[in-house]
Design a protein around this ligand. Structure first.
Ligand code: AMP
Ligand code: FE
Ligand code: FE
Ligand code: ZN
Length: 288
């Protein structure tokens, strides 16, 4: 059994990279991919420990991208996994990720200004102090700060009143569009894979199929078939789509620790079991 989708404290998980390597050993996983949101920091930290413990650690990332929609709809959020199986991510890809962090920081500065204009005593640095990785400070940290300062009673209220896309303190951040995400991953030596495809089609299989066909045209190479959100019927549907479009198949728990209680490494909500053959096929096709 393997797990090709796990988060650490470097993004929004609650388990440290070292903790993940320990758990991987304890439960006997044959391979683990650390796929943090928009950062390699967790993978970088885990790599020497994985080598020491002879854990097969796969380098990956989960990029947040946007797919524009016809007006008046907001662009859809699409998560792309990038797997760097034989080639480490290029320096220019890492620089690009850094530029996304810089634009996130600018946006956070502006969001703190908006909150102050609304009469709340909030500074960007205070939100950053609540993030494990200050580079990935975002609205969830601002929400926690507002709760701590007593401006709202819970996280949801912070979003509803201040931080949601329709709320007064919201400032959008620069997010790459899907084609750019796919292109950047490929240019950097990685395999671009659509994460948890169930979130793409809002439950409409036709809409989902159209979107996937479009992404295949843009260079998508794989689809995350095995995921705790997917029922056996979903798995069958995605295996069918993989076959139709010649996509590689991946899978993982999307483990986040306490951020997603009830989702465990390797087994997800209990029934997940991604075979090692999935990774063997990815490796065999890498570079093609
Ligand atoms: P950011 O990347 O800083 O824009 O923050 C995005 C994160 O905020 C998402 O991953 C969610 O965890 C959270 N989030 C976004 N919108 C809402 C909402 N309306 N209610 C609760 N949480 C939200
Ligand atoms: Fe996450
Ligand atoms: Fe995701
Ligand atoms: Zn994820």
């Amino acid at each position: 059994m393997i797990d090709l989708h796990a988060h650490t404290t470097a993004s929004d998980g609650t388990t440290t990279p070292a903790g993940l390597i320990e758990t991987t050993l304890a439960i006997g996983l044959e391979a683990l991919a650390i796929a943090d949101h928009d950062t390699f920091a967790g993978y970088d930290e885990a790599l020497p420990l994985a080598r020491q413990a002879a854990v097969d650690l796969v380098c990956s990332i989960e990029l947040s991208t946007r797919m524009p929609q016809p007006k008046p709809l907001r662009p859809k959020s699409v998560h792309l996994l990038g797997y760097f199986l034989s080639t480490p991510p290029s320096g220019s890809f890492r620089e690009w990720i850094d530029s996304l962090h810089a634009s996130r920081r600018e946006r956070n500065t502006r969001m703190a200004e908006r909150l102050r204009q609304l009469g709340l005593d909030v500074r960007r640095e205070e939100a950053e102090a609540l993030a494990h990785n200050p580079k990935l400070t975002g609205r969830p940290h601002f929400a926690r700060l507002l709760v701590r300062k007593g401006y709202v009673s819970d996280i949801q209220e912070a979003f509803d009143v201040y931080l949601a896309e329709s709320a007064p303190a919201y400032v959008p951040r620069r997010e790459p569009r899907v084609p750019e995400g796919i292109r950047r991953i490929r240019e950097a030596g990685g395999l671009p894979v659509l994460a948890h495809p169930l979130r793409l089609g809002n439950g409409h299989p036709l809409e989902e199929k159209d979107a996937i066909r479009g992404m295949v045209g843009e260079g998508l190479r794989g689809i995350e078939v095995y995921h705790p959100d997917h029922s056996p019927q979903h798995v069958q549907r995605y295996l069918g789509l993989a076959e139709t479009y010649g996509l590689l198949v991946t899978g993982g728990s999307d483990f986040h620790g306490d951020t997603k209680p009830g989702v465990l490494l390797g087994v997800g909500t209990g029934n997940l079991c991604v075979p090692l053959a999935v990774l063997d096929r990815l490796r065999a096709s890498d570079g093609c």
